[in-house]
Design a protein around this ligand. Sequence first.
Ligand SMILES: *Cc1c(COP(=O)(O)O)cnc(C)c1O
Length: 368
Amino acid sequence: MSGINVTRSSMPPFEEYAEEIKDLWDTHWLTNMGKKHNRLREELCKYLSVKNVSLFANGHLALEAAIASMKLTGEVITTPFTFASTAQAIVRNGLTPVFCDINDEDYTIDVSKAEKLISGRTSAIIPVHVYGSVCDVDGLEKLAKKYNLKLIYDAAHAFGVRIGGSGIGAFGDASMFSFHATKVFNTIEGGCVAYSDNSLTDRLHMIKNFGMDKNGHYPEIGGNAKMNEFQAAMGICNLRHIDDEIEKRRRVAARYTERLSGVNGIKIWREQSGVTHNYAYFPVVFDKAEFGKSRDEAAAALAEHNIFARKYFFPPVNELECYGGRFEAQKTPIAKRISESVLALPIYAGLSIDDADMICDILLGQLL
Ligand SMILES: *Cc1c(COP(=O)(O)O)cnc(C)c1O
């Protein structure tokens, strides 16, 4: 057995991708907002139910560009319970992250604690729909309105997630989705900013294209973060299969839920009411005193069987060594505790129910 990783990248049938990229050998148009780029952008607007989409080379640069496009200053409130990218995007824009603790239910930002962190220097809130679980979007909207703050969601995990009839990317001033190979929907590497305000269109375009406008002038500071045609072709193909992929993930999550709910000392990921989920991750939080195994012991037990679950997200990002202890992690105790006790179990479309059962057997000490 070659082993089971926490995820496995979705790929269309080889022939389908080969067919999709074939005409690139006629046009020789490989990047710079080509036909496939534009088609993917249109299809994503529809699929995500959002007004505008700007495509990027990857999700991180999309988030950096979303932040840059809003001309923020000073401090930005965010969560420490996320991938490093969220905080790094804030810092690389010359802004100071202010870390707000998470709630103990779905591990998204605790809105009741965010208000106390707002200062005269605060210009935005960047919450994360961590694991694809949705933040308290109404509470955040109210807070942002009250203090005149920009609201940018890191929706890297939330591709295809919906609340009632609304796409998750329709909330706030902008949302970043990641199309990295390890995410629910991939363009190999890639990402986008979804937004409603049409005036952001030109600015985002310039930021990803060296700051240059249509007339060859440079009104913006920009870099290079364009999505190329091979990435877009992968996205066009993967989008045809996305509903099926999410349905297969749902079955794995349902099996984990069936096997692991009610077990003493572990807390499993739960669906939120009124939300259409994408089953991006299946995190389990371990309480050693009750369960008998710590998170690290559970991970080691799985690894003995070549199953590689991941400690998403450890450490909390306010503890990253590059920040030199400036952001005291003891101020966000729930994030710290969850970070030290959570394990993301393997979940992807090609994971069989038998494999999910074997993973549960190992965790529960029932493997014969
Ligand atoms: C994956 C991820 C990103 C970065 O996306 P890339 O496409 O890998 O650059 C940002 N934030 C979170 C929470 C992520 O998981």
